[in-house]
Design a protein around this ligand. Structure first.
Ligand code: UDP
Length: 325
C-alpha cells in the first residue's frame, strides 16, 4: 500500500510512518518542518520505502501529485500546540482550514480514503465527562485566541463529514486526546515533555494554575495503532472517533510523578495562567474521552498507563541529552 502522511515529520506522524513501514507499506511524507523535525525520521530515513518531501502543503504544487499516487491519506499537518495557537492565530486558522479543504478536494478525484486528525480541544469547556462523540461542543468567545484552534478543527470535521455524505469520499475523523511519547517536544507547550525536560535539567517544574486541572495521556503507539485500525475498517468511514486513554491525572500529580522519577529534591512551582499564556487565557478543568465507540469499531484498548509512558519519555529524553541532541 502507498500511504501519504501530511505532517509526517511531526511527533505523531513520524510514529505513524514507522508503523506503516513496519508492516511493509510505502510511505510518502509531506512536511514543511514548521513544528516537525527531520530528526524525527532519523531512524527511518535509510528505508527505501520511505519518501520525504519538504514543502508546505498549502502553497506548493506537490500535493496534487502526491495525493494522486497514494492509496490512503493521513492528513496530520496542522498548526498545533496551545502556545503556538495563542501566539499565531492567523497561521493556525489558515493552515488548518485551507489545508484540509485542499486535501479533501484532491482526494476526491480518485476517492482515496482520508484520515483527518481532529482534537479533543473541540469539546472545549464542556463539563460533562467523559466526552462522547455525539456530545455538544462548548467553545469560549472568539475574543479568546485559544478557541480558534477548536473552531478550525470543527470546520475541518464538518467539511470531512460533508465530503463523505455529499460526495462519497471515505473520510475517518479522529479526535486525538493528549498524546505523548518519545520524540514529542515541549516548545509548543505540551506539558509532559516540558516538565520532563525541566526535571532533567535540574530546574523547577512549572505547573500552571492550581494544578488541579486534569488530563488523560495516551501513548503515541496506542494512538497510532487506533488510527491505522480505523482506516483499515470501512465501517469507520463517515464517523468521528475519540482516540486516547481514559486514565485521568491532575497536572500537579503528573508533576509529582515526574519529580519522583527524576529527582525528588526538585521544586514544583505554580505559575498563574496569565503569566504562562497572557491575560484572559481559559483552560479546561477535565478532559476525559469516552472510548466505547472506537472499542466497538476496532477493539481499541490502550495498553500503556501513565507510569509506563513517563518511564519511556524520561528514558528517551535522557538518551537525547547524553547524545547531545
Ligand atoms: N501545563 C502546565 N505546565 C506547563 C505546560 C502545561 O501546568 O509547563 C498545563 C496546561 O495549562 C494544561 C495541561 O498542562 O492544563 C496540559 O497542557 P498541554 O499544553 O500539554 O495540553 P492541552 O491539554 O492544554 O492541550
Amino acid at each position: 500500500m502507498r500511504v501519504l502522511i501530511t505532517g509526517g515529520a511531526g511527533f505523531i506522524g513520524s510514529h505513524l510512518a514507522e508503523a506503516h513501514l513496519a508492516r511493509g507499506d510505502r510511505v510518502q511524507i509531506l512536511d514543511d518542518l514548521s513544528t516537525g523535525a527531520i530528526a524525527n525520521l532519523d531512524a527511518l530515513r535509510a528505508n527505501p520505502r520511505l519518501g520525504i518531501t519538504i514543502a508546505s502543503f498549502t502553497k506548493e504544487n506537490v500535493l496534487p501529485e502526491m495525493v494522486d499516487r497514494a492509496d490512503r491519506i493521513y492528513h496530520l499537518a496542522a498548526a498545533v500546540g496551545v502556545r503556538l495557537i495563542v501566539e499565531s492565530p492567523v497561521h493556525t486558522i489558515e493552515t488548518n482550514v485551507n489545508g484540509t479543504e485542499r486535501v479533501l478536494k484532491l482526494a476526491l478525484k480518485k476517492r482515496r480514503p482520508v484520515f483527518l486528525a481532529s482534537t479533543s480541544e473541540v469539546y472545549g469547556k464542556a463539563s460533562k465527562v467523559p466526552f462522547s462523540e455525539e456530545d455538544d461542543l462548548v467553545l469560549g468567545p472568539t475574543s479568546k485566541n485559544r478557541w480558534s484552534y477548536a473552531a478550525s478543527k470543527m470546520l475541518d470535521e464538518f467539511l470531512g463529514l460533508a465530503y463523505w455524505r455529499e460526495r462519497g469520499l471515505p473520510v475517518v475523523i479522529g479526535r486525538l486526546f493528549n498524546t505523548v511519547g518519545p520524540r514529542q517536544v515541549g516548545h509548543y507547550g505540551m506539558v509532559v515533555p516540558r516538565l520532563v525536560s525541566q526535571a532533567l535539567h535540574g530546574k523547577s517544574l512549572t505547573v500552571y494554575g492550581d494544578g488541579r486541572q486534569s488530563r488523560c495521556f495516551g501513548y503515541v503507539g496506542d494512538v497510532v495503532g487506533g488510527i491505522m485500525a480505523l482506516m483499515d475498517e470501512p465501517q469507520a468511514y463517515g464517523e468521528v472517533f475519540n482516540i486516547g486513554n481514559h486514565e485521568e491525572i491532575s497536572i500537579l500529580a503528573l508533576a509529582e510523578k515526574i519529580r519522583k522519577a527524576v529527582d525528588p529534591r526538585l521544586k514544583i512551582v505554580k505559575v498563574p495562567y496569565a503569566k504562562a499564556y497572557g491575560p484572559g487565557f481559559e483552560d479546561m478543568r477535565r478532559r476525559i474521552p469516552d472510548l466505547r465507540k472506537i472499542r466497538r469499531a476496532v477493539g481499541y484498548r490502550p495498553s500503556h498507563g501513565i507510569d509506563d509512558i513517563l518511564a519511556k519519555v524520561i528514558a528517551h529524553m535522557r538518551m537525547e541529552m547524553t547524545a547531545g541532541l
